[in-house]
Design a protein around this ligand. Structure first.
Ligand SMILES: Cc1cc2nc3c(=O)[nH]c(=O)nc-3n(C[C@H](O)[C@H](O)[C@H](O)COP(=O)(O)OP(=O)(O)OC[C@H]3O[C@@H](n4cnc5c(N)ncnc54)[C@H](O)[C@@H]3O)c2cc1C
Ligand code: SF4
Length: 430
């Protein structure tokens, strides 16, 4: 595949609206009383108000309405599965019409505000003299930092990776996050002041930070991956889908990225779909996504599943991996047919083989509990209603806790709410 055609495969998947399209689309909103779209947005953005502001040609005002609830409204507009969040709730769906394209309107408003403002749209309150440590510069940590700064606190963020942004920078699909979106958003967010990020700083004892800080927020995401538990998993050609995606996101010229001819992706979530679609767009001839249950059990949304099919990814259901074959390098995989027998999930004796020179495992991420001293349960840090962990003064949010779905927008909401909880904690301490 020629260099340009390969790189073009990673252009923006959703073309942004121009001004005319934006004004026309904003005219479709019914401005519902008790708008269900607001309830469906994890960050409770006042959607009818921002759409009304767009319609009244106050696009910068619309951007501020969005960012006041969701400081990463620019990224969320690009990556939210709107088909199961705000746009699913749009009342136009009930009259068999297309829902208002809330994500694209949001993107236009936030991009316009950021591009055309000389100063940051939010100010810090008078400084409180308090300093908070945040571990992890992903959406949860950054959102928490920004809100804490608005409340007048100073923040030091410790981030293990060389770049900030968490999965916004290292995980989200390249065709959703074009033009350095993640880094531009971090720079925008830091304009408020009072936040210092220390990159390449892995913190082992998170709870110990409390000794030197007024409070601590843990936004460490899910740093480990599950394994298949079968032989040959470490053989050449078999790798975690998240590592494959990270390399892809960090390589500007995609043409140089090694990809197999016959790629198998194992999993059923959005990571599996992202890996499969991106492998295909890199130039793989055959990409087969294999899942042990049926389509209705897949955690990927129907939009994502369709996207995979539109990109010629073959989806094989009711198949469990049993063998990875190959000596120095993977050559094929054997799968056993599965099914529901007597109401229970069963692996049958019927098997089949798929040729492979690359296998991407996308069977889920889990919390790295190696150095955590706070209570965890079912692979998540336990927090109370105020986002506080079992260690006093140590808070947590994002993928590391069980709140809503593991989504960017939920991590942003957790960070925001935790900042308010930390503020209350500090006020009560006085
Ligand atoms: C491949 C993939 C695709 C996805 N696509 C979508 C999508 O399209 N839409 C969507 O809404 N969601 C998507 N998600 C989910 C979304 O990315 C996450 O829900 C979100 O990033 C969680 O934010 P977080 O801040 O909790 O964690 P992360 O984004 O994981 O950030 C955690 C940060 O903490 C750092 N860290 C961890 N431990 C330490 C430590 N001890 N010391 C210092 N730093 C540390 C990490 O390096 C990382 O930067 C996707 C996830 C993956 C894996
Ligand atoms: S943040 Fe996401 S869910 Fe909320 S309104 Fe925007 S696109 Fe919809």
């Amino acid at each position: 595949m020629a260099q340009d055609s390969c790189n073009n495969n990673f252009n923006d998947i959703h073309k942004p609206f121009n001004l005319q399209q934006t004004i026309a689309e904003s005219g479709r909103c019914l401005y519902c009383y008790d708008a269900p779209c607001i309830q469906a947005c994890p960050t409770s953005i006042d959607i009818p108000t921002f759409i009304h502001q767009i319609r009244s040609h106050n696009t910068k005002g619309a951007g501020k309405t969005i960012l006041s609830e969701n400081i990463m409204g620019g990224t969320c507009a690009r990556v939210c599965p709107t088909e199961v969040l705000c746009e699913e709730a749009c009342v136009l769906n009930t009259s068999m019409e297309q829902p208002v394209k809330i994500g694209l309107l949001q993107r236009h408003a936030v991009d316009t505000l950021i591009k055309n403002s000389n100063s940051h749209p939010f100010q810090r309150k008078a400084t409180t003299g308090k300093i908070i440590a945040i571990v992890g510069a992903g959406p949860a940590g950054l959102s928490c930092a920004h809100r804490l700064s608005m409340l007048g606190h100073n923040v030091n963020i410790y981030e293990a990776k060389p770049k900030s942004g968490g999965l916004n920078e290292y995980g989200l699909a390249a065709y959703k996050m074009v033009d350095q979106q993640a880094q531009n958003e971090v720079a925008f967010l830091l304009e408020i002041g009072g936040i210092t990020i220390k990159n390449n700083h892995y913190i082992e004892s998170i709870s110990d930070l409390k000794q030197n800080y007024d409070a601590v927020f843990t936004g460490i995401g899910l740093g480990k991956t599950y394994t298949l538990g079968i032989d040959n998993e470490d053989i050449n050609g078999v790798q975690d889908a998240v590592d494959f995606i990270e390399t892809l996101r960090q390589t500007e010229d995609k043409k140089g990225i090694p990809v197999g001819n016959d790629v198998i992706v194992i999993g059923a979530g959005n990571t599996a779909i992202d890996a499969a679609v991106q492998a295909k767009r890199l130039g793989a001839t055959n990409v087969t996504l294999v899942y042990r249950r049926g389509e209705k059990h897949m955690s990927a949304t129907s939009y994502e599943i369709n996207l995979a099919r539109e990109n010629d990814v073959v989806i094989k259901l009711w198949s469990a991996p049993v063998k990875i074959k190959g000596k120095k390098k993977v050559k094929s995989m054997t799968f056993a047919k599965t099914g529901i027998v007597d109401g229970g999930y069963k692996i049958t004796e019927e098997t089949y083989k798929i040729k492979a020179d690359m296998v991407l495992k996308a069977i889920g991420q889990k919390l790295d509990t190696t150095h955590l001293t706070m209570t965890t349960e079912k692979g998540k840090i336990v927090v109370n209603n105020g986002y506080q962990t079992s260690v006093a003064g140590v808070f947590a949010g994002g993928d590391a806790i069980k709140s809503g779905e593991d989504l960017t927008v939920q991590a942003v909401e957790d960070g925001k709410q935790a900042a308010h909880a930390i503020n209350t904690f500090l006020e009560e301490e006085v």
